[in-house]
Structure formats: structure tokens, C-alpha cells
Design a protein around this ligand. Structure first.
Ligand code: SF4
Length: 65
């Protein structure tokens, strides 16, 4: 299940990190999202989906297979 982030859309709110800390992080300089794992393990999928829903910038895409 690939995960894609759009750093141009990201507004650095940090919701993704709160939802799935092992998959997302934020750049120290400006808070822009960093994708730590673009193919997270099955046990993380619910957290990743929640991050995508919570992201206020709709910057996270989860490609369901
Ligand atoms: S939740 Fe969305 S806007 Fe906020 S840091 Fe993550 S990707 Fe960026």
C-alpha cells in the first residue's frame, strides 16, 4: 500500500505525525512533512489512513491495492 505525500500542499500542521509517528515526520526547519516509510507494515495501515483523513491540506495519498 504505497503512501505518497505532497510537500507543496503540506502546511506543517503535524496531524500526520500524531496519527502515525513511525511513518511521518516533520522537517525541523519549517515543519513540512517527511515520509519515513512509503510502504508501511500492515499494522500501521489504519494509522496511516487516519493521518490522510486528518491532514487539513489533503497532502497525503494512500493507494489502496
Ligand atoms: S497533516 Fe498534512 S499538512 Fe499537516 S504536516 Fe502532515 S502532511 Fe503536512
Amino acid at each position: 500500500m504505497p503512501v505518497i505525500v505532497d510537500q507543496d500542499k503540506c502546511i506543517g500542521s503535524g496531524q500526520c505525525v500524531l496519527a502515525a509517528a513511525g511513518v511521518f515526520d516533520q522537517r525541523d526547519e519549517d515543519g513540512t512533512v517527511l515520509l519515513l516509510d512509503d510502504s508501511p507494515p500492515a499494522e500501521s495501515l489504519d494509522d496511516v489512513r487516519r493521518a490522510a483523513v486528518l491532514c487539513p491540506a489533503l497532502a497525503i495519498t494512500v493507494e489502496e491495492s
